[in-house]
Design a protein around this ligand. Structure first.
Ligand code: SAH
Length: 305
């Protein structure tokens, strides 16, 4: 039998704790945490009485760091348990097949902002008023369930200029580049250091019929600045990575990827990390024009001075 590729972690808690537990799991689970509430049918006439127990779960990819990840997750849950008692997390290794089936059952279309609808390839489009962005929730980052991705998509809707190019650093599944093109951008440069992300971006771009407008490149900030791709700068640049990486990039000339007066959207930032990211952005002569937040996650929009 194939080796297990995913480790399911689940906790059954009361409604009150579900959000806090989901937030903790979300820090370790790239593809989204499922919060499953249940109902009981107490008699024949009962149309479903909500129970106060909720199963919160998700899947951690099994890689060489799995034990370290599991330990960090246990520690994070332990911290939470100091505030309110928690049950022990239950771990169960899963095979890809199970994972996909489990995932498909729980993946629903996600409306974002005023215009977009993120949906997996196998679901028929239901809402004809929204622009569909089809993402195969395979293994690459960026399925649309993460708050950071959602914040970026909302900001994208606000800041994208019709016909102008965008640069997407750390493209993952390609979700932001695909959405940008669907919102009117003429060209998106999508780069990532992970070859699996680049494959995912190409496949998702093709599934959305926008592969001609998306340039997929392996690399990072330095490669863009060094002119390895067709554009070096754009009026809109997106980077949904993680605060320490963003800070490093701000020290390496991230602002130079912006056309004069351009907008930079940064995400993957936790509330408590804002001041450090902002200090680096200010040193790079950027000023904050908007901040959006979902739970602990924030996205920041900057403009060149
Ligand atoms: N843009 C997607 C995916 C975000 S996940 C979304 O908004 O949902 C972050 C991605 O950044 C991952 O695919 C990871 O491989 C990539 N990444 C991490 N460090 C990077 C770096 N230094 N340069 C470029 N990409 C990086």
């Amino acid at each position: 039998m194939d080796e297990a590729r995913w480790l399911e972690v689940s906790l059954t808690v009361n409604n009150e704790l579900a959000e806090a537990v989901a937030e903790v799991l979300g820090r370790f689970i790239p593809n989204g945490v499922v919060v499953e509430s249940s109902v009981a049918f107490l008699n024949e006439d009962d149309t479903g009485t909500p129970l106060d127990t909720v199963r919160v779960y998700g899947y951690i990819p099994i890689d060489e760091h799995i034990e370290a990840t599991r330990q960090r997750l246990n520690e994070a849950l332990w911290h939470l348990s100091q505030i309110q008692p928690l049950p022990e997390p239950v771990y169960r290794p899963l095979h890809d097949q199970d994972w996909m089936t489990a995932w498909k059952q729980h993946y629903h279309p996600i409306p974002i902002g005023n215009k977009l609808l993120i949906l997996p390839a196998w679901i028929e489009r239901q809402d004809a008023t929204r622009i569909p962005v089809r993402i195969d929730p395979g293994m690459a980052f960026g399925t649309g369930t993460h708050p950071s991705t959602q914040l970026c998509l909302e900001m994208l809707e606000t800041y994208v200029h019709p016909e102008q190019p965008v640069i997407d650093i750390g493209c993952g599944s390609g979700i932001l580049s695909i959405a940008a093109v669907k919102l009117g951008s003429r060209h998106a440069l999508a780069v990532d250091i992970d070859p699996a992300a680049l494959r995912g971006t190409r496949e998702n771009a093709a599934a959305n019929g926008v592969e001609k407008q998306i340039e997929v490149g392996q690399g990072s900030l330095q490669d863009i600045l060094n002119g390895c791709f067709s554009i070096r700068r754009a009026p809109l640049v997106l980077a949904n990575i993680l605060a320490p990486i963003l800070i490093e990039m701000l020290g390496q000339g991230l602002e130079r990827t912006l056309s004069p007066g351009g907008t930079l959207i940064l995400a993957g930032i936790l509330d408590e990390q804002i001041h450090r990211v902002d200090a680096s952005a200010q040193r790079a002569s950027l000023h904050l024009i908007e901040k959006r937040q979902i739970n602990d996650w924030v996205a920041l929009a900057y403009q060149t001075r």
